[in-house]
Design a protein around this ligand. Structure first.
Ligand SMILES: [Zn+2]
Length: 68
């Protein structure tokens, strides 16, 4: 996903709807999660926290929608 140039600064934090590749369940994750978010069904870690923006683990989950 490319970062768009915005004239008006806005918070970059978002919620994403991701699909767990292990079991196919939908999970909602925060883009700046400060803790590892796990799949609610199988417990697979979907998001890796960093100092800032959390990383969605591409081999474990897939972003299907952006919320808010
Ligand atoms: Zn799962």
């Amino acid at each position: 996903m490319r970062k768009r140039k915005l004239l008006i600064p806005q918070p970059r934090s978002r919620f994403y709807k991701v699909i767990c590749k292990t079991c196919g369940a939908e999970n909602v994750v925060f883009s700046h999660a400060s803790f590892p978010t796990r799949c609610k069904v199988c417990g697979t870690q979907l998001v890796k926290p960093t100092g800032g923006r959390a990383l969605v683990l591409k081999d474990k989950s897939e972003i299907v929608a952006e919320l808010g």
